[in-house]
Ligand binder design. Structure first.
Ligand code: IVH
Length: 644
C-alpha cells in the first residue's frame, strides 16, 4: 500500500511537471517503468487509489450523460466587437467604481467550457456548462485529460471552471493517422468530450486551461480577493492557467490585445477577456441575467463558422458557366450575417462530400461570398442533384472539365445581363448608373439583348425604367456617349474574352496598339507577349474567329478605342520589374507607380527581369533573383527612386 501511495504521488508529480509546467523531470521510459509497476500492484491487490494515474486511460463507455447541477451558476460573457465599445465599457465601470479600475487580460479560449469539482483534495467530477445551472456529467471523459490534477493541496470543496481545448499540434498529430480527420480543434474537443466512450476522448490528447474559481468552501478558509489571487490559487493547486497581463489603463490593455498574434498560439482563441481584478468591486457591479457586469469579451472577427446547408442553387455567369451557390441558415461571420456561400463547381461538391441538410464549415476568403470548406456533421443529408438543363433558360447543359455550361449564349438571360454588366463596369467601358437590377429592367422592359443595344437607347425608352428620372437619364446617356472614347486596354477588357482579365487586356493593348491588329493576330504572335500562354492565346484567337464582326459593329457605332503610349522617360523606363515580400504600400499601388514611370511589372523572376524590389520576408523570388544575378533593391531604395 505504501509503495502504491508513493508511486501515485511520484507519477502525478512527474505528470504535472510534464503536462502543466512543460518541464519534464524524468524520461518517458523511466515514467513508463514506474507506471507499469503501479498498474501491476493495483492488479495484484485489486485496489486503485483515488488519484491513481491509471484512472486516466478512460474507463468503460457510458450509456448516457447524467445530469450535473453546478454548485454555483456558470455565467457566460458579454461581448464587444470594437475597441471603441470596449473603452465605453471601461468608462461605465470607472463611473460605477468612482475610481481607477485595474483589469486583467486573458485569452478567450475557443473550446468547450468545463467545470471540475474537487472534494477533500480529490477530483470528484466534471461537467459541461449546459444551461449554466445544470450540465452533463463528463467525469469519465475529463479524467483522461493528462494535465488536470487528480489530487490537490486544497482540502475543502472546490468548483473550478476552464476551457477544454485540443492543441493545434495535437490536432495535426491526430489527423496524420486518423481515419476521419478532424475539421478543426474546436470540433476536436467538443466531439471528444461529448463522446460516450472515454477511450475516444483519451486519443484526442485534450488539455484544459482554467480561468475561474466558481465555488470554494472550507479548506484553507481563505477568501480570494482578486482575479490575480484566483489565478495564483489555481496555479498553486496545479491547474494550468494562461493569465497575460494586469493594468489600470485601458489603452495599455488595447495595445496588448493588438500585440496578440493568434496565429502563433498552439490553441484557438476567438478573442480576449478583460476582467475587473478586484473582487470587492465585482460584488458591487454584480451580474445581469446571463453575464457578469465585471467581465467583457473582446471578440475577434470570426473567420470560420458552422451552419446548416439548406439548399444548393445554380447560377449562370456571363460565360455560361454554372456556379453552385449554397443557401445557408443565417450565421454570423466577420461581423456580417451570412446566408450564402460558394461551392466553386460540381467537382468541388463531390470532393467535399457536400450534402443538402448537412452542417457545413464556412470560411471567409478574399471574396465577398464565403466558401464552404466541408461537412461538419451529416444529419439526414441528401445528395446535391446535378442539373441537366439550364435553371435560367432550360437549354441542355454540357460539361467541360469540372464545370457545367449552358450553351445558349444569346438566349439565356443571366448570360446576356452578365455580359452587359461586365461591359459597363469600371476598368471596361465605365458607363455609370447601371446596377444589375437596372440591367435586368433594360432586358425585360426595353428588350436590350446585347451590349451594342445600349447605344440605341433614348430618353423616351429609358423613362419607362423604374428609377430613371430626367437627371439620371441624361447622366446615363452622356456616360454612354463618353464611353465611345474608351482606352484600348479597357475596351479589350470589356469584350469579355474568356481568360483575358484586366492585366492581360492592358498587355495586349500595349503590344498591338489597335483593336484591328489584335483581332488579326495569330496564336504565334500572341505567344510572344510575356505572360500570354497557350490557353490565353487560344481563347483570343477563338473569340475573334467567332465574333470578328463585333469589331465592325462597334466601329459603326462610333466607338473608337484609343491607344496612348505610356509616358517615356520615367525611372523604370523599359525595365521589367518584380515585386516581392512586404513593402510599405499596397502591391497594386506600387505596380501602378512603376508602370506610370515606364516600367513593366512581371509576376515571376526570369532571365529577362531587370530589377527586383524585395520587401521584408521576401522568399523564393529573392533567392532566384540572387541566383540569376538580377539587380535587387529594398523598400527604402524603391521609395527614394520614386521620389527622385
Ligand atoms: S470567464 C463568470 N474567461 O467564453 C466567468 N470565460 O463566450 C465567465 N471563455 O462561457 C467566464 N476563455 O466558456 C472566461 N478567459 C476566459 C475564457 C472564457 C474562454 C469562454 C467561457 C464562456 C464563454 C463566453
Amino acid at each position: 500500500m505504501s509503495r502504491m501511495e508513493e508511486l501515485v504521488e511520484q507519477l502525478n508529480r512527474y505528470a504535472y511537471h510534464y503536462y502543466v509546467l512543460d518541464n519534464p523531470l524524468i524520461s518517458d521510459g523511466q515514467y513508463d517503468k514506474l507506471y507499469d509497476e503501479l498498474a501491476a500492484l493495483e492488479k495484484a491487490e485489486n485496489i486503485v487509489l483515488p488519484s491513481s494515474p491509471t484512472r486516466r486511460i478512460g474507463g468503460e463507455p457510458v450509456r448516457e450523460f447524467a445530469e450535473h447541477k453546478h454548485l454555483h451558476k456558470l455565467y457566460s460573457l458579454d461581448k464587444r466587437n470594437s475597441f471603441e465599445e470596449l473603452s465605453a465599457w471601461d468608462e461605465k465601470i470607472k463611473k460605477a467604481a468612482e475610481r481607477e479600475v485595474e483589469y486583467t487580460l486573458e485569452y478567450k479560449l475557443d473550446g468547450l467550457t468545463l467545470c471540475l469539482t474537487y472534494e477533500d483534495g480529490f477530483f470528484r467530477c466534471a461537467s459541461t456548462r449546459g444551461n449554466g445551472t445544470v450540465g452533463e456529467d463528463v467525469t469519465a471523459q475529463v479524467s483522461t485529460v493528462k494535465s488536470i490534477p487528480l489530487e490537490i493541496p486544497f482540502k475543502g470543496v472546490l468548483e473550478v471552471q476552464g476551457e477544454g481545448i485540443m492543441r493545434l499540434s495535437a490536432l495535426r498529430e491526430y489527423n496524420k493517422t486518423a481515419k476521419e480527420p478532424l475539421k478543426n480543434a474546436r470540433n476536436g474537443v467538443a466531439g471528444a468530450i461529448r463522446n460516450l466512450d472515454p477511450k475516444v476522448t483519451a486519443q484526442r490528447k485534450l488539455d484544459i486551461i482554467f480561468y475561474n474559481v466558481n465555488y470554494k468552501r472550507g479548506g484553507d478558509g481563505k477568501l480570494l480577493s482578486s482575479q490575480s489571487e484566483c489565478i495564483e490559487f489555481l496555479r498553486a493547486n496545479r491547474f494550468k492557467t494562461e493569465m497575460l497581463f494586469c493594468s489600470e489603463n485601458m489603452s495599455e490593455i488595447i495595445d496588448k490585445i493588438n500585440a496578440v498574434d493568434k496565429n502563433r498560439l498552439d490553441f484557438l482563441i476567438d478573442g480576449m477577456v478583460v476582467k475587473v481584478n478586484d473582487f470587492a468591486l465585482r460584488d458591487k457591479l454584480g451580474y445581469t441575467d446571463k453575464f457578469p457586469r465585471w467581465a467583457m469579451a473582446y471578440k475577434f472577427e470570426a473567420e470560420e463558422a458552422v451552419t446548416k446547408l439548406k439548399d444548393v442553387v445554380w447560377q449562370v455567369g456571363r460565360t455560361g458557366k454554372l456556379t453552385p451557390l449554397g443557401k445557408l441558415e443565417p450565421v454570423e461571420l466577420c461581423g456580417a450575417t451570412i446566408q450564402k456561400a460558394t461551392l466553386n463547381n460540381y467537382g468541388d461538391i463531390r470532393r467535399k462530400g457536400i450534402k443538402i441538410g448537412a452542417t457545413v464549415f464556412i470560411r471567409r476568403s478574399n471574396d465577398v461570398i464565403p466558401e464552404i470548406l466541408g461537412i461538419a456533421e451529416e444529419l439526414d443529408g441528401k445528395d446535391v442533384p446535378v442539373p441537366e438543363t439550364c435553371p435560367a433558360c432550360g437549354a441542355e447543359l454540357y460539361e467541360n472539365g469540372a464545370h457545367i455550361f449552358c450553351p445558349n449564349e444569346y438566349g439565356c438571360k443571366p448570360q446576356v445581363c452578365g455580359r452587359i454588366e461586365h461591359f459597363c463596369s469600371k476598368g471596361c467601358m465605365d458607363i455609370d448608373g447601371v446596377s444589375d437590377k437596372t440591367i435586368e429592367r433594360l432586358y425585360d422592359t426595353l428588350g436590350v439583348r446585347s451590349v451594342t443595344d445600349l447605344y440605341f437607347l433614348d430618353e423616351e425608352g429609358l423613362s419607362k425604367i423604374d428609377g430613371f428620372k430626367e437627371k439620371k437619364i441624361s447622366n446615363f446617356l452622356a456616360s454612354v456617349e463618353n464611353s465611345k472614347q474608351v482606352k484600348l486596354g479597357n475596351f479589350i477588357n470589356a469584350l469579355g474574352i474568356p481568360n483575358v482579365g484586366r492585366k492581360t487586356a492592358e498587355d495586349l493593348a500595349e503590344s498591338f496598339k489597335s483593336i484591328d491588329a489584335l483581332a488579326a493576330a495569330d496564336a504565334q504572335s500572341l505567344l510572344e507577349i510575356d505572360e500570354v500562354g497557350e490557353i490565353v492565346a487560344g481563347s483570343i484567337v477563338a473569340f475573334f474567329e467567332k465574333h470578328g464582326e463585333i469589331v465592325e459593329r462597334f466601329k459603326n457605332l462610333g466607338i473608337n478605342p484609343r491607344f496612348e503610349e505610356r509616358n517615356v522617360g520615367g525611372v523604370f523606363d523599359g525595365l521589367k520589374v518584380v515585386l516581392t515580400g512586404k513593402i510599405s504600400m499596397p502591391r497594386d499601388a506600387a505596380a501602378k507607380i512603376i508602370e506610370e514611370r515606364g516600367g513593366k511589372v512581371q509576376s515571376a523572376v526570369t532571365q529577362d527581369t531587370d530589377l527586383v524590389i524585395a520587401g521584408e520576408d521576401a522568399g523564393s523570388k529573392l533567392e532566384k533573383a540572387r541566383k540569376l544575378g538580377v539587380k535587387i533593391i529594398d523598400d527604402n531604395e524603391f521609395k527614394s527612386l520614386i521620389n527622385s
